[in-house]
Ligand binder design. Structure first.
Ligand code: TYM
Length: 329
């Protein structure tokens, strides 16, 4: 039987957070044995927010290394940089012409980001979901493992694909999002009503944090004063820590609540922090090892580009024919 295709990507916009890992990245490694997986560092998406070019370059390369460090096997998966495969941008343009301004205006991430970066509300920020749709549709992905915040972008991707198929005939597969039960939305430790984000320093645990930093951040996490370790909408801080713990340990909320029933907040926080440290430690060790081997990484970057380009080229060729662009010899 033909294997299903999985596609996902992470923006090169900082050091990945615990939210990225528990919400998406952890799932990626689990899927690599049963699916044909394609993962990218979405460096073109990162250009929607202005940053120092040298920093972007560093963040992007570190992100690639980190994907390997968390256990993605470059033999089994295609791992590459979005900007190395030019077909993404051409397809994004074609899809832009099948996407309505009204649809893009409804994207909550666009609204959030234009508030946050009000001095730079560029067209890239607005058409961001179309480039993301191009990423996914180029590779005929069946499944897209993501955190809850990206769900709306998969919905618009499906709408665009469906519209294209209706106008030009069957071309694109409609992808399904895969969203974890636990970990789908890890919140900021200082403001548990806000998503934990790699572009925010306060209240975020980064995958490169040292154990003592993690311990301190968790100990300082905002909670409440009623000393009950239960999952409840009225207790966003405690619920977030429970969610992190369950996701790190692969257990249910009920199991975690039972385990913590006789513990106080201090003990609870220490145990949660230890679980995070244990989870991150092997990734950090592997990362340091890989960082020593520049030639090997360069080789993998090239291999990833070649494998991805090979698929993307064929798909884009089909799309170009469908819309009526002239083929050259
Ligand atoms: P990005 O880089 O913001 O995040 C990468 C992945 O991490 C998930 N995530 C979270 N999950 C749980 N809790 C959180 N606090 C949290 N923060 C982030 C995100 O949902 C995402 O799955 N647009 C995408 C990158 C992208 C992409 C794609 C994804 C570009 N092209 C094609 C899938 C398919 C983004 O900015 O993710």
């Amino acid at each position: 039987m033909e294997r299903k295709i999985v596609y996902s990507a992470i923006q090169a916009s900082g050091i990945p957070s615990l939210g990225n890992y528990l919400g998406a990245l952890k799932n990626w490694s689990k899927m690599q044995d049963n699916y044909d997986c394609i993962f990218s560092v979405a460096d073109l998406h990162s250009l929607t927010v202005r940053r120092e070019p040298a920093l972007l370059k560093k963040i992007s390369r570190n992100m690639f290394l980190l994907l390997l460090a968390m256990g993605l096997d470059p033999q089994k998966n295609i791992i590459y940089f979005q900007s190395h495969v030019h077909e993404h941008c051409t397809l994004a343009w074609i899809l832009n012409c099948c996407t309505y301004m009204g649809e893009l205006n409804r994207m909550t991430q666009f609204k959030d980001k234009s508030q946050k970066h009000s001095d730079n509300i560029n067209a890239g920020l607005f058409t961001y979901p179309v480039l993301m749709a191009a990423d996914i549709l180029l590779y005929d992905a069946d499944f897209v493992p993501i955190g809850a915040d990206q769900k709306q972008h998969i919905e618009i991707c499906r709408d665009i694909a469906q519209r294209f198929n209706k106008i030009y005939g069957d071309t694109f597969k409609l992808p399904e999002p895969i969203i974890n039960k636990n970990g789908a939305r890890i919140m900021n430790l200082q403001q548990p009503d806000k998503k934990m984000s790699k572009s925010e320093t306060s209240g975020t645990i980064f995958l490169f944090d040292e154990p003592n930093e993690i311990m301190n951040k968790v100990k300082r996490a905002v909670t409440d004063s009623d000393n009950k370790i239960i999952y409840s909408q009225d207790k966003p801080g405690i619920s977030n820590l429970l969610n992190i713990y369950c996701s790190a340990k692969n257990i249910s909320i009920e199991q975690a609540q039972n385990f913590f029933a006789d513990k106080n907040y201090g003990q609870f926080k220490t145990i949660v922090a230890q679980a995070i440290i244990e989870l991150i430690d092997p990734i950090q060790k592997k990362y340091k090892e890989l960082a020593q081997n520049k030639d090997y990484i360069d080789k993998l970057i090239k291999i990833g580009m070649e494998k991805a380009s090979n698929i993307a080229y064929k798909k884009l060729d089909k799309v170009k024919r469908k819309v009526g662009l002239v083929k050259h010899l």
